[in-house]
Design a protein around this ligand. Sequence first.
Ligand SMILES: [Zn+2]
Length: 70
Amino acid sequence: MRSDTPDKGGRTNNLKETLLNIGIAIAILGGSYVIMHFFARAMYVRCESCAILNARRRANCRACGNQLRK
Ligand SMILES: [Zn+2]
């Protein structure tokens, strides 16, 4: 990867490397977002009346006391 001489298409290679790094960063961010979203959906339930997140084991909302749907 670093064997290319800087005066022979080095600029193009740097651009490609930058784009590749950006792609990897987006893939990592996207992947972690999907994982976080999955865990949030698995562990929390959103109150219907005030839209706050509650732990799934709760029967009533911690903020407004509204009964949570299982
Ligand atoms: Zn609530």
